[in-house]
Design a protein around this ligand. Structure first.
Ligand code: NAP
Length: 519
């Protein structure tokens, strides 16, 4: 058996270990314990103060271009150790090579994107928000909105499924906005984040990036009103954080990215190219990272007359999905990240199966390359099928099974398709595969208030279109309602969580001179 790694935290500019045994981190392919992390006894009040004082002052002294250069150095430092990080993704999260690259390259790409935004913003430290507005007759008295760095620390609490990208996408926005970061990855897959912060330490000024590896302890008790929390995880934990007494008392802003029952719609008249892209993308969303993406498709809403064709074509693709030990190069889908995630997914599958029938896969242990017995946190890719439109109370519209499981829902009209999609009550993303203009217009008009992002694929873009689950730094990530109501990324929009908007009112010519360094 290989050595068990102890993960330390990086707080107040030092690597520190908590006391006691701490929590175990597993290899989900074998069930072996591979690392441990404890935060017991760590002084989180002091760590937050250090980040605010030391890291905040350093970042605020830097221009946008200098912060951009820092993000570029961070991106390069991660990329240089890509192969070693891919191996950690395999060991601690059951990632195939492709899945680990998706996480790690997503991190470097997002950091680089924000590095370029910083470079383009140049020497300023403050952003102008809109044009000067006259506030009284006579012309001299005007107001200008500014966006300036908050004086606190950005506390980033992340989910287990993206230990690299989760750190980077949040940190890129906060650091470019001039706010230091304390990142808390989910304990179960924190090894990747720990290695990332080790790599980033030499290029990151003290206090700019802190790491808490293990349970959150009393972290929330010490937050102050200039701090910000950005959370990704389950709706229950998000609710617990946003209703924490100190968060409420201090008025700390909390951005929440939570569960989402993402939908996919297929137009009955979809052309062949559009249909092929639909099958390609639904299959990828199901199997990439074993379905453990917050943006993965969960509900596939199809015209009844195409139901059999859709199930046959998806099943055909799934037969070519090789499940097993990600150490084998021909394996294309690994296990879920933890045994408890597998248990939760099996329970969820059983609940959905009460309302649907299994048309592919199911709860039985299937064939797994390189493994015998029932070791490992594996779930078969599974397609469930409903008889028809389901009521709002249905588990299919309310329960996110965080694994390679989706439900196909047959409908008889565009109106039925839209109303089924809306029953997710707020999604990160809905994808629409259509060529008919009425289908496109009505679904976009009716679904935009229910989603943070709509992905529209027609025959002309089918070949080049990005899979709906791919989050890009240019576009918003987040969604209303069940998805948490949060907003991340979206280019410069991603910085606003970490900025204070202030309206400065006064004598216009003087104001213009004072704000001439702002962008
Ligand atoms: P989780 O159990 O809610 O945990 C999320 C994070 O919250 C972890 O870092 C966890 O730390 C931390 N946490 C737990 N209790 C806390 C407390 N009392 N104070 C402060 N932090 C606390 O979620 P998960 O199982 O990691 O992730 C799965 C869920 O995340 C799924 O439902 C999925 O939909 C959602 N998700 C959403 C998005 C999105 O962008 N919308 C992305 C990915 C995942 P410990 O690990 O130490 O307990």
């Amino acid at each position: 058996m290989s050595e068990i790694k102890t993960l330390q935290s990086y707080l107040s500019g030092q690597w520190v270990a908590g006391t006691g045994e701490g929590s175990a981190l597993y290899n989900p392919t074998t069930g072996e314990v591979v690392a441990r992390a404890s935060t017991s006894g760590l002084n989180l009040k002091e760590a937050l103060a250090y980040a605010r004082d030391e890291g905040g002052a350093t970042l605020r002294a830097m221009s946008f271009a200098e912060r951009g250069a820092l993000l570029k150095a961070m991106s390069k430092a991660i990329h240089a150790e890509r192969e070693a990080l891919i191996e950690i993704g395999r060991i601690n999260a059951g990632n195939t090579r492709g899945d680990a690259k998706f996480d790690i390259d997503g991190a470097t790409h997002t950091l680089m994107h924000y590095a370029q935004l910083g470079e383009a913003l140049g020497d300023g430290k403050v952003l102008l928000d809109g044009e000067p507005e006259p506030v009284a007759r006579g012309g001299r008295l005007k107001g200008q909105h500014l966006l300036t760095s908050k004086r606190g620390v950005a506390v980033h609490i992340n989910a287990f499924n993206f230990p690299a990208w989760g750190l980077a996408e949040k940190a890129a926005c906060a650091i470019l906005a001039g706010v230091p970061v304390l990142s808390k990855p989910a304990t179960s897959t924190a090894w990747m984040t720990y290695e990332l912060v080790k790599l980033l330490e030499p290029v990151t000024p003290k206090g700019v990036l802190s790491l808490l590896c293990g349970g959150a302890g009393d972290l929330l008790d010490h937050l102050e009103w200039q701090d910000v929390v950005a959370f990704t995880g389950s709706a229950d934990t998000g609710h617990m954080i946003s209703s924490h007494p100190n968060i409420l008392a201090q008025g700390v802003p909390v951005n929440i990215e939570a569960d989402s029952l993402n939908a996919v719609l297929l137009d009955p008249e979809a052309e062949d190219e559009t249909y092929d892209a639909f099958i390609r993308d639904v299959h990828r969303e199901m199997t990439q990272k074993a379905g453990q993406k917050c943006t993965a498709a969960r509900r596939v809403i199809v015209p009844r007359e195409r139901l059999d064709e859709v199930i046959a074509d998806l099943s055909e693709r799934l037969k070519r999905t090789v499940v097993g030990d990600p150490a084998h190069s021909d394996v294309t889908m690994g296990p879920l990240c933890t045994p408890s995630q597998r248990q939760a997914a099996l329970e969820g599958l059983a609940r959905l199966s009460e309302e649907t029938k299994v048309v592919y896969g199911g709860a039985d242990v299937g064939d797994r390359v390189g493994l015998t017995g029932d070791a490992g946190a594996f779930i078969n890719p599974t397609i469930l099928c409903a008889d028809g439109p389901l009521p709002a109370s249905s588990a299919v519209h309310n329960l996110e099974v965080f694994g390679p499981v989706l439900t196909v829902i047959p409908v008889d009209s565009l109106e039925e398709a839209i109303s089924q999609a809306q029953r997710g009550e707020g999604c990160l993303v809905t994808a629409i595969y259509a060529d008919d203009s009425r289908f496109l217009q009505e679904s976009i008009a009716e679904l935009s208030a229910w989603n943070g992002r709509l992905v529209v694929v027609d025959a002309q873009v089918a070949e080049k279109s990005l899979s709906p689950g791919l989050v890009t730094p240019q576009l918003l990530h987040g969604g209303p309602g069940r998805a948490g109501g949060g907003e991340e990324l979206g280019g410069l929009r991603g910085m606003t969580l970490y900025q204070q908007r202030c309206a400065v009112q006064g004598n216009e010519p003087k104001l213009s001179r004072l704000t001439s360094g702002a962008r």
